[in-house]
Design a protein around this ligand. Structure first.
Ligand code: AMP
Length: 438
């Protein structure tokens, strides 16, 4: 008997789950599904990668099958609101896998593509509507969608909605929902504004937290490499030439940065593809597809574009730039080690990024081990961090560096070989109090 059989889902859904190859529920699924089947509201504190999509999709399908209603033009029984097109498409795929054999209809609406196909599906009505906030409001304003008969509302990735500035649109949508409904809110972190929102929209919710807030996915092996900004591309190339990096997601801070890194890799005969907000929906899907099918093993992405990317077997996440917000680090490295597998996260940190590293270490409550053995290691950055005092920008620029920009580090005159560095480091550490010493 499948572990799912204990969850009281209807038999037809049980068979679809078996067909999909799911053997046992993930923790959020086993904890959330029984409450959701009883009709409770839910606050789920969980990141992508925990199985949260099926945790809400399965009980929704169960309810739609056991209490069917006639479809009405322009209406949906369930609304799942999610911040990005990629997430919307992924939720759509999950519904397709489990819902199609049950003859349930769904639509996925998001911006950046023509609305014709979306309005055509909505004209007949659907059981489940998955939407991003902007396009949803557009279609509501044009009279293509009505939410007055909604039975279930899911707000997915609430913290990301906030980060992306969608919270006002979300509130506008919520104002259009009937009061009598079941509501589920999912968020990886709980900033104040999300906390307020939960109080406004959830009615005596069950609270389920699967990974403690802002902790790092445990199975990811993390390390940080100190390097000057100028040497980052050469370091990346070097790393990617190694065989053990089977499939890597490389994060840059800007769209422009993603393009530059991709071009650099391609110029060096390392096939790579980029995904970011300036690319058309088709181009993004094409890149993702190449990456998913393994035709290109490197995907370069910005935080927003990569949000929710669900590609199995990403062996490495490489932070080419440290993220601005420490929470993004947790999201980024969660792209590897999916569904119980292990993975690696490698972060490049230059002198200007050391404050970000400190913030990340604070929220994950652990020190990320430093790899000093690579040829572009930049001791200046390492010292900046070791001393835990910000090095003034001027000093940083004018101080002669043992590792001038653009040149790999050599263990010759004026620099110490790694063993000697480690020895000096140990001596330095012994002189300092242990707190704050890496
Ligand atoms: P999510 O957190 O919803 O983005 O899911 C992450 C990945 O885990 C997706 O690829 C799912 O298909 C997969 N997944 C979710 N639940 C299970 C399960 N019970 N057994 C196996 N794989 C699962």
């Amino acid at each position: 008997m499948s572990e799912f059989a204990k969850l009281n889902l209807i038999p037809s859904l049980q068979s679809v789950i078996v067909q999909a190859g799911y053997q046992s529920p993930t923790p959020i699924q086993s904890q959330a599904i029984p409450h959701l089947l009883e009709g409770h509201d839910l606050l789920g504190i969980a990141q992508t990668g925990t199985g949260k999509t099926a945790a809400f999709v399965l009980p929704i399908l169960n309810r739609l099958c056991s209490d069917p209603r006639r479809l009405r033009p322009g209406e949906a029984s369930v609304l799942i609101l999610t911040p990005t097109r990629e997430l919307a498409a992924q939720i759509g795929t999950c519904i397709e896998i489990f819902g199609k054999p049950l003859l349930l209809k769904h639509a996925v609406v998001f911006g950046g593509v023509g609305q014709y196909l979306q309005t055509r599906i909505m004209s007949k009505g659907v059981h489940i509507l998955v939407a991003t906030p902007g396009r949803l409001l557009d279609l509501i304003n044009q009279g293509h969608i009505r939410l007055s008969n909604l039975r279930i509302f899911v707000l997915d990735e609430a913290d990301r909605m906030l980060d992306m500035g969608f919270i006002h649109d979300v509130r506008r949508v919520i104002a259009l929902l009937p009061v009598n409904r079941q509501t589920m809110l999912f968020s990886a972190t709980m900033p104040m504004e999300v906390e307020h929102l939960t109080k406004e929209i959830l009615n005596e919710p069950v609270r389920i937290e699967v990974t403690p807030q802002s902790t790092t996915v445990e199975k990811v092996v993390q390390k940080v490499l100190f390097v000057t900004r100028e040497n980052k591309r050469a370091l990346l190339k070097k790393l990617l030439e190694a065989d053990e990096i089977r499939r890597a997601l490389v994060f840059t801070r800007t769209k422009h940065g993603a393009d530059r890194v991709t071009e650099h890799l391609e110029r060096n005969a390392i096939p790579a593809t980029a995904i970011h907000g300036d690319k058309s929906q088709n181009a993004r899907e094409r890149s993702l597809d190449l990456f998913r099918r393994g035709e290109v093993r490197i995907l370069v992405a910005t935080d927003l574009a990569a949000r929710g990317i669900d590609v199995a077997d990403v062996s490495h996440v490489i932070n080419f730039d440290m993220p601005n917000e420490p929470e993004s680090y947790v999201h980024r490295i969660g792209r590897t080690a999916r569904a119980g597998r292990g993975g690696h996260a490698i972060s490049f940190c230059d002198a200007t990024e050391s404050p970000s590293l400190r913030d990340i270490e604070k929220i994950i409550r652990q020190k990320i081990p430093v790899d000093r053995e690579h040829e572009f290691h930049c001791e200046l950055t390492a010292n900046t961090l070791l001393d835990r005092v910000p090095v003034p920008q001027k000093q940083n620029v004018s101080r002669p560096s043992a590792n001038p920009p653009g040149k790999p580090r050599r263990h010759g005159a004026g620099t110490r070989p790694p063993e000697a560095q480690a020895r000096v480091q140990r001596q330095r550490n012994n002189k300092r109090p242990s707190v704050g010493v890496r």
